[in-house]
Design a protein around this ligand. Structure first.
Ligand code: PMP
Length: 410
């Protein structure tokens, strides 16, 4: 607990220029980190430096700028490798984000390995991006999508999960931390169970990677995806990690430059991983920016971040719990920094607007998780999602803001 007490949140906030601004004349209280997180100056500087001093295309030219840029680009790959504790850097594929990573696995591994009669197991708390690509695969292959249910707290029902695993299960595709509820799933245990029936395991880590230390080897999974923009990095860049032997056996996805070894009109041979999956000119500057953000996060320490956010979540949950007419949706024992809630008699869109007038940024609606809203029989929720730069004071501001919303609707 000592590191929590010494967590220098005020000093860290200064690393994020945008946190100093006001919104509608009020200090910004940014609680929409689950949608996208704010950016540290070191990342902004890294991108500016590339464009001002080192920019050229990567991997191709024989000149100084290209060599410098390629070095930084490949250094970012090694940073992602360390961030995930991946065995090898060639197992890290740069993609646009979690959505693209999941689609890549569905369209390459999936099309090559999933047949009619097979099953893909997901959970009831998935984001649309971990549902639709598998539905598309099932449609194309004749496989079946199977859903493991959750209970009223938003916790996965483990015996029900186990019952849905069988030799037909080819893949477990599962969210690590639910964006709509904050539930943290027991991935290590789930992966062991899935592997025991011969299934592979793909994890949607979009909401986990920015908030806790990820160790893909300890988790024992086969694929892990996250988005840079939620991890204080740029938009348009993220990573897919996959075990080398799986990636090597998978057919390529998009065809073009970089992903080939040799092209003849008669026949093309493909490049080695990771290049086989990185067709065309990549998002060079943003990849380097992502590397800077992840180095920054690792510099603070993911364990310290997780512990601080845990304290913050407990504090904010208690504060919001004191408000009559407020109901928290998603009350699992094991939660990360998300509080989804509804207010009696008040539409979440109205609440979001009034909070915004007070400088408080939250997200309202379905959070790209319509089946979760259907399960709780809601049209949407108000969601406060926290990052390590949020403070107890901001949790107080949120609680005061909500009381003001309720006053206006009395
Ligand atoms: N999965 C989860 C759990 C998410 O929260 C999100 C983003 N809201 C995604 C996947 C998709 O991420 P992206 O839009 O960055 O591809």
């Amino acid at each position: 607990m000592n590191h929590v007490k010494t967590f220098e949140v005020e000093a860290l906030r200064k690393d994020f220029p945008i946190l100093a601004r006001t919104v509608h004349g009020k200090p910004l209280v940014y609680l929409d980190n689950g949608a996208s997180a704010q950016k540290p100056r070191c990342m902004i500087d890294a991108i500016r430096h590339v464009y001002e001093q080192e920019y050229a295309n990567v991997h191709r030219a024989a000149h100084e700028l290209s060599a410098a840029c390629t070095d930084k680009f490949e250094a970012a790959r090694r940073t992602v490798q360390r961030f995930l504790n991946a065995p090898e850097d060639r197992e890290v594929i740069f993609v646009r984000g979690t959505t693209e990573a999941i689609n890549l696995v569905a369209q390459t591994w999936g099309r090559a390995n999933v047949k009619a009669g097979d099953e893909i197991l997901i959970t009831a708390m998935e984001h649309h991006s971990n549902i639709v690509p598998w539905q598309m695969l099932c449609e194309a292959s004749g496989a079946r999508l199977v859903v493991a249910p959750m209970d009223d707290t938003g916790t996965l029902m483990l015996p029900e999960f186990e019952k849905r695993l069988s030799p037909r299960t080819k893949l477990l595709a599962c969210v690590h931390v639910s964006n709509a509820l904050g539930t943290v799933n027991p991935i290590e245990w789930m992966a062991q169970k899935a592997h025991a029936v011969g299934a592979l395991v793909m994890v949607d880590g979009a909401q986990a990677a920015p908030h806790q230390r990820i160790d893909v080897q300890k988790l024992g999974v086969d694929f892990y995806a996250f988005s840079g923009h939620k991890a204080f990095g740029p938009t348009g860049i993220g990573a897919l990690w996959g075990r080398a032997e799986l990636l090597e056996a998978m057919p390529p996805w998009q065809g073009g430059g970089e992903m080939i070894k040799s092209v003849k009109f008669e026949q093309t041979t493909y490049n080695v991983i990771p290049h086989k999956f990185e067709a065309g000119t990549p998002n060079i500057a943003d990849t380097i920016g992502l590397g800077a953000s992840l180095e920054y996060l690792m510099g603070i320490g993911l364990d310290a971040i997780e512990a601080y956010e845990h304290e913050l979540l407990a504090y904010a949950t208690a504060k919001l719990g004191e408000i009559p007419g407020l109901r928290i949706v998603g009350t699992s024992q094991n939660k990360a920094g998300v509080i989804s809630f509804v207010l009696d008699g008040i539409h979440s869109a109205d609440a979001g607007m009034i909070l915004d007038e007070q400088g408080i940024a939250v997200r309202v609606g379905q959070h790209c998780a319509e089946p979760v809203m259907d399960f709780f029989k809601l049209h949407g929720t108000i969601r406060a999602s926290f990052a390590f730069y949020n403070t107890m004071h901001e949790a107080d501001a949120l609680a005061a803001g909500i009381r003001k919303v309720q006053e206006l609707f009395k």
